[in-house]
Design a protein around this ligand. Structure first.
Ligand code: ADP
Length: 611
């Protein structure tokens, strides 16, 4: 990993902490203070207690004051030696208990802060996904985004807490243990111990660094292969019908098997490197301890002094070992966050205007002024399209597949922004309208309406959240959805299974039309609204759509001419341009393209094909 890339990972991590931890001061600061207390009690408190207690218990030395006075006041002279032994011995669990309590409060408070940070991070990502344009969603695999919101945020939260915890406890434990060693070395002129300690610390660093950079590279691959795995599963679950009809089950399992193997291979490598770290440092530490033992004996240290020093050594090495891991964890966390930034920092290609033009109730005039658009650079999809549609007009868009009809609709909804020219609603460029005003002005009924979790009534109410039950009922009636709703068990309260399973295409479409009635937007888009229905259902739904289109500016995209009968005006699209604009009769007489499309379909209908 280059120094620059490494530097950026650390910076990401710093930013992450600064942004998300600062709001949690109320838990983080006391948590860290308890951590500091636990560290001092472990690193210096315990060795000091051992050095004090062992000579009293084994060597019969007097208790220190005020403990000695306390024992004298309560025990007879014969009982004093054994009481002193007990009083001294009890000091060890006492210190450990206080240290344990502080460590618990430290972990608990930080875990609480961590969970709150997770909530913020997850919602921030999800919010961002709602704001980002459709183009962003089309560029990214769904599984990858799913993993960002659910998997990576959990990973980050877990890591951030572990890091924060260790960043306080471990260095302080190291400092206090090291301080104790320094103090002992000064008292006993055993500076050699200290030197050994320093040398070992130095020896650990290159090992840790090497393992760390290997781990970051591995983690990036793990994050990617996890996203691949999620994508396969997600794609599979959403396409069960096609998979069964195309007999792709085995192929799907093989696909997932390959991804799972890839993931396991990367994870095993990460596991190898992370697990190799601890034994490597332990071996180094054991060598240092053996050397210290030899030096200590030669320097004339007593057993209790040596025991205390060994304990302080232990408290030095544990932080070194853990801090090695923390350093790696910081890199890993930075790398995961770097991935997350692809969502958080993605440029918004359809940004909200800084000062939106208010549009309380649009009349529904739509105009295109020399609009050109391309999804990919150099591949124009709409070329200099200009058009005025007065409020209330019903307009159909016809033309060969790929001629730009859906793109035209996408620009009205502002799913994308025109590269050149402007799309206006009531004379206001859609880029100057707030998201809410724009959404309120334009209703959409598409080929495959999405039904959300909840009841049938909830699904209609998404058209206008807050609508009363009576309004929802009225919308269902206008969409001719009331009949099937009333006759089904549970009625409007019936819960819709995942994605609307159990409802026919026509029923789903009726719910979506009821939604549009409730929304009552002045501009309506019918995007292949009846394309997936059989002729019978189409004829029924067509009537509901006609009543929905009344008094609204309506754009109909449909391959079947039967679906555009209600249109007052027809636009003929060809390779990104409008090459015909008029009524059916005018276009039939003047546009060879239109006549060709119409005749081909009429001939197909005559032979029993689609009309
Ligand atoms: P129609 O609705 O008339 O069939 P579209 O507007 O969907 O046509 O597509 C017009 C052209 O733009 C086609 O060539 C299509 O391949 C291309 N296109 C559509 N959507 C995208 C996209 N998201 N990214 C890149 N190209 C696209």
């Amino acid at each position: 990993m280059s120094a620059q890339a490494e530097d950026s990972v650390w910076k990401k991590y710093g930013f992450l902490f600064h942004t998300y931890i600062s709001g949690e001061k109320g838990r983080v600061v006391p948590g860290l203070l308890f951590g500091a207390a636990a560290a001092a009690l472990g690193g210096a408190g315990l060795p000091a207690i051992v050095e004090t207690v062992l000579p009293i218990v084994f060597g019969g030395e007097p208790l220190p004051e005020p403990l000695a006075g306390w024992v004298r006041d309560r025990f007879s002279p014969e009982e004093i030696p054994s009481a002193a032994m007990w009083a001294a011995a009890v000091l060890i669990p006492l210190v450990i208990m206080v240290r344990g309590g502080a460590a618990f409060l430290n972990s608990y408070l930080l875990a609480k802060a961590g969970l709150r940070i997770l909530e913020k991070l997850r919602l921030r990502l999800f919010e961002r996904l709602q704001e980002l344009p459709l183009a962003f969603h089309e560029r990214h695999k769904r599984g990858e985004l799913l993993n960002q919101v659910l998997g990576n945020t959990s990973l980050l939260q877990g890591n951030m807490i572990a890091i924060l915890n260790d960043l306080v406890i471990q260095p302080l434990t190291l400092l206090s243990a090291f301080g104790y060693l320094l103090y002992t070395a000064l008292r006993h002129s055993e500076a050699a111990m200290l030197l050994v300690n320093l040398a070992v610390t130095g020896a650990c660093i290159p090992v840790i660094k090497r393992v760390g950079s290997r781990m970051v590279r591995k983690t990036r691959r793990i994050v990617d292969s996890y996203a691949d795995m999620t994508s396969v599963v997600e794609e599979n679950l959403t396409a069960q019908r096609d998979i069964r009809s195309l007999n792709l089950e085995e192929m799907q399992v093989e696909l997932l098997r390959a991804r799972v193997r890839e993931y396991i291979a990367h994870s095993l490598r990460l596991s190898f490197w992370s697990q190799a770290l601890a034994p490597a440092i332990e071996v180094i530490s054991a060598c240092a301890l053996a050397f210290s033992l030899y030096m200590g004996c030669r320097g004339g240290l007593s057993l209790e002094q040596f025991a205390a020093i060994a304990m302080a050594f232990y408290y030095c090495y544990t932080p070194i070992k853990t801090l090695g891991g923390v350093q790696n964890l910081i890199r890993v966390t930075g790398a995961v966050y770097e991935k997350m930034e692809e969502v958080l920092e993605a440029p918004d290609e359809t940004p909200e205007p800084a000062r939106p033009v208010p549009l309380v109730r649009a009349r529904g005039e739509v105009s295109f002024r020399r609009v050109s658009f391309s999804y990919l650079p150099g591949v124009p999809v709409l070329r200099e399209v200009s058009l005025e549609v007065p409020a209330g007009q019903i307009v159909a868009l016809v033309g060969p597949s790929g001629s730009g009809k859906t793109t035209f609709i996408n620009l009205i909804c502002r799913f994308y922004d025109a590269r050149e020219g402007s799309v206006c609603l009531d004379g206001v460029d859609v880029r100057c309208l707030s998201r809410a005003d724009r959404a309120r002005a334009v209703g959409l009924v598409s080929q495959f309406p999405v039904l959300f979790r909840g009841s049938v009534a909830d699904n209609i109410r998404v058209g206008r959240p807050g609508a009363s039950d009576a309004e929802v009922r009225e919308a269902a009636r206008l969409a001719c959805a009331d009949e099937f709703i009333d006759s089904s068990p549970g009625g409007a309260a019936r819960l819709i299974a995942d994605g609307g399973e159990g409802l026919s295409g026509g029923q789903r479409q009726r719910i979506s039309i009821a939604r549009a009635f409730l929304k009552n937007a002045p501009v309506l888009i019918l995007d292949e609204a009846t394309a997936s229905l059989d002729m019978n259902s189409e004829a029924q739904i067509q009537r509901s759509l006609e009543s929905l289109a009344r008094r609204r500016t309506t754009f109909i995209v449909a391959h079947r001419f039967s679906a555009i009968r209600m249109a007052q005006r027809i636009l003929v699209f060809d390779r990104g341009r409008i090459v015909g604009d008029g009524s059916h009769d005018e276009l039939y007489a003047s546009s060879p393209l239109y006549r060709g499309l119409f005749d081909r379909q009429a001939a197909g209908a005559g032979k029993g094909g689609a009309a």
